[in-house]
Design a protein around this ligand. Sequence first.
Ligand SMILES: Cc1ncc(COP(=O)(O)O)c(C=O)c1O
Length: 1001
Amino acid sequence: MNFVFWQSILEKYWGISSKLSLLDGEFDLNILVRSTDDKQYVLKIMREDCLQDFVDMQIQAISHLKSIEPELPFPDIIETISGKKFIQCEDNLGRTRLLWLIKKLPGQKYVEYKRNNLNVVKELGHMIAKCDRSLESFEHGFLTRSLKWNLIEAGWVEKHIDLIEDPSRKVIVQNIIKEYKNILPKLREQPFQAIHGDINDHNILVAGGLKDQPYISGILDFGDMCHCPRVCNLAIAAAYVVLDHDQPEAALTSLVSAYNISSPLTVAEFDLIWPLLTMRLAVSVVNSTLMSNEDPDDPYITVSQAPAWRFLEHNSQNSKFIAARLRSKCGKPVVEGADRVLSYLEEGRGSFAQIFDFDLNSLPMGSLSVENSSWPQNPFSLPLDEALKVGSDIIAKDGFWMGYYNEPRLIYTEPAFRNGPWKASDRRTVHLGIDIFGPAHLKIRAPIEGKVVVAENRKQHLDYGGVIILEHEIPSGDLFYTLYGHLDPKFLKELKVGDKIQSGAVFCTLGDNKHNGGWAPHLHFQLALMTDGIEKDWPGVGDPDEMYLWNALCPNPAALLNLPDSMTNYEPVLKDQVLRDRKSCFSNNLSISYNDPILVTRAWKHHLFDEWGRPYLDAYNNVPHVGHSHPRIQEIAAKQMKRVNTNTRYLHPIQTAFAKKILSKFTKKFDVCFFVNSGSEANELALRLARAHTKSKGIVTLDHGYHGNTTGAIDISAYKFNARGGVGQVDWVELIDLPDDFRGKFKRDDTDCGRKFGNLVNAAIERLEAKQKKVGAFIAETFPSVAGQIIPPNGYLKEVYKNIRNAGGLCIADEVQTGLGRLGKHYFGFEQQEVEPDIVVLGKPIGNGHPIGVVVTSREIVDSFADGPEFFSTFGGSTLSCMIGKEVLEIVDDEGLQENAKQMGERLLIGLREIKNKFHQIGDVRGMGLFLGIDLVKNNITQDEDKDLCTFIKNRMRDYRILIGSEGPKDNVLKIRPPLTIDAEGVDMILHYFEKIMKEV
Ligand SMILES: Cc1ncc(COP(=O)(O)O)c(C=O)c1O
């Protein structure tokens, strides 16, 4: 490439002095131009035989679009000094070339931008719609040339079909061509216009950092513009949006619905999108097969087609079903005639034949929802004995009750209900029918005349058992379908597919649990407006994020039961309303996690569920130490609440039993406990004990530490008093540096760094003494948590404690975060540091969600305190709290949770360190047991903290349903701190998605 030559051309025609570099381009040369006044352009040097019309069409189209939609990100065309938009000149080899210059747009190619961000897709949908609308009025003679990429001409691929050697791939393409031929007449009926024709993932630019919302910064390359139905433009863009997308259906619907908002699509266009999308990919793979035959040594051709093949091989969807999806997303009838069927059902409501021999209007509704019930106890397993009892707590009328339509439930626990490989993968939860519970063997009548289209016995565990689907035709000729599940399969003796059932005729009976899949006897009654794509295997429950489709395809069947929709429709709590109410009822500094907050309605072990039953892996909450909703805690709490819950002014053996259990975890030095009800209160008491014993008020503590939210606890929590708007440092507190051997003054490779950090305490003692204050105590989280999950170097606390004690102070270990086995190898953090504190503070994990705080110390210290006023904490040491606290400690022992923390922590740490080796943005991975931190950096030489990246990853993990937090003085440390129950699958899920997100960055 003779850059000097092209520099002179740029200077001569455009008056631009510049530096040049080559960009990629298939046929034409694209040169990046950096002008001396710091502007960037792209010089387009067209192929030798390029027609003027080809360049003229693109330039005219861009100018046309810019005049109508100046906001859209199409490149500016830079005119020459003499006002020309393109020129013809000879290149350095004497060949005639057409040249034009455009302004370079910011951003990276969509194909390189690997995030599955649906907002970007929506923005693209709006842009394509505006682009199409503007091009309606654009004409150019070159648009009607023959072009292999024009979808109206795509039939050419058929004659090359034999080039595809793989037989299964060949069948895929053959089927696509067949469908394309079917829709071609309809496609030809659509109005023709100019379209861009090639909005593929190389021609879309995306800009924006981690902090700002990414946005589309450019749409390039108008070289494949052509004249054809406008829906082809959308289908072509859609073909690339879905490739390698985590949720191709969601991406497609987002794109199409956004387009439809900006420029409404016709019903015919909705139906054409999928066949055209697949045809575009078929053209693409056939074209590259042709190219690779011509140039077998070019590996790039095969590689570039891999995403298209991957998609075609894994997404052989029914096009009518996809059309239904797109139609319903855009508020159109889900299928032709759906509106007529719905009106028919509405008009008939109240006059259909009774399905049972009584009026259902008098039956009570019962809820099995995520929010209102605890069915099943373990949301990942529904044993048959529990399935049989489902709803037994609901007050029924003569044994009858009904279950809601549209109700999110956790009773569907089989892996078949999951949309991914993990337990916390999204799952289908929302009930798409109405359930009528009642005694087995009850007769069931057809609400309306119908034809049997399915009559089967599905014997699998928790399946339907006997199931019948009827097809119904309404006077307009439109069809709809009803499904009856959990039947006694003996109907199979009399009934066969094709049989007609008269309205009101008995055609089956309710099955008992031996024949209905194992459930409490009930009828699952569901309606569907079409069966393409679901055939006879209708989902009885839908993905909560796809209810736009399922509510349209399987609407509430209440009308056929002569019931009002309002009675049978479940209305889940509205998250937005709860959020609004929260804002009006509480202070603005009541913090809430994640950009998209989570409404939690159920939990189990290390899993949470929101109001729609979406699962989340809880890798953040240390409060449910032995797991959320632990059955032993539930049981003991419920029993005790029935007996007594009172305070420590009365005797109860559980108080001492709890105290003895705690003390059994300590050395003999520790022989007295205090029970309070929070970590903050425990720290307050620890300060009082130290003051009473030493008669000194001075405190030395760590910078960025946190000890609670009460006035005294805030005074010793630099994380709070030094925060923006904080109360500032009191004169009896002195701070020392965090023992952070990654960011601190002394580094990990210095074997003496623990002692050196520990020595810093002396200067703090001296600063206190300079103010005529003596040190009463040193208090610290043994492993600082909010300061960024710091693991102090060996020998650190030994040095600190020695110096503090020499100055007459006591040593307080705040073990709220680190105690009770979380660290795996050690029950308490101070054991790892090989020290014995004087006072130990325990907090939230010990109550597993019930408010408890404990202070543990020695008789000698207590005696100094006992001289003062009486000690009483109303809720501390209540009978209930003691029951729960003791149970938690016993569960840790009985279930080997400390050992689990060790093993799972090691698994996490090893995995995270492997990921760290692949990404320079990970400065440090540290941790012990299930107390881990990932320090994110902008640059791994300067190690500048990257808060934006940390926030981004935390929220992306939440998108993938994994909850972690962020901490550190600069909020750049990801904090992983799950309940101790986390298992290998949970750990692997964290590692999988963390790495995936790091690749997005
Ligand atoms: C180390 C530490 N100490 C004390 C507390 C305060 O506990 P509580 O919120 O129960 O008052 C916390 C709370 O996060 C903590 O992390």
